[in-house]
Design a protein around this ligand. Structure first.
Ligand code: ZN
Length: 101
């Protein structure tokens, strides 16, 4: 599914609730999901549950789409502008920037 279609789906499904909740509280939900992802990632590799991690990532993506809808931001356009087909700093693919990781 393309980013724009996903954002549109989130709008169809949740915009009314997102709008009632507002930007501030929707952002809190996003942070909560990020905390849940962090919780899953803190587990050692034996206990790590990739299905749970994937679900938390999907939740984060959904909350970002909700925020974008509330702010009338076209996520697809924003992502392609910010992350074109090459590194925006060194103009290479893959990136060849030398920086601290
Ligand atoms: Zn680079």
């Amino acid at each position: 599914m393309e980013i724009s279609k996903f954002q549109s789906l989130m709008k169809d499904l949740y915009y009314a609730n997102d709008n009632r909740r507002g930007i501030y509280r929707t952002t809190l939900w996003l942070f909560e999901e990020m905390g849940e992802l962090s919780h899953e990632l803190k587990k050692n590799s034996v206990k790590m549950d990739k299905k749970a991690i994937a679900e938390e990532m999907a939740d984060i993506y959904a909350w970002v789409a909700s925020l974008a809808n509330l702010l009338e931001i076209d996520l697809n356009k924003a992502i392609l502008s910010k992350y074109p087909n090459k590194c925006i700093k060194c103009n290479h693919k893959p990136c060849q920037c030398q920086k601290d990781l």
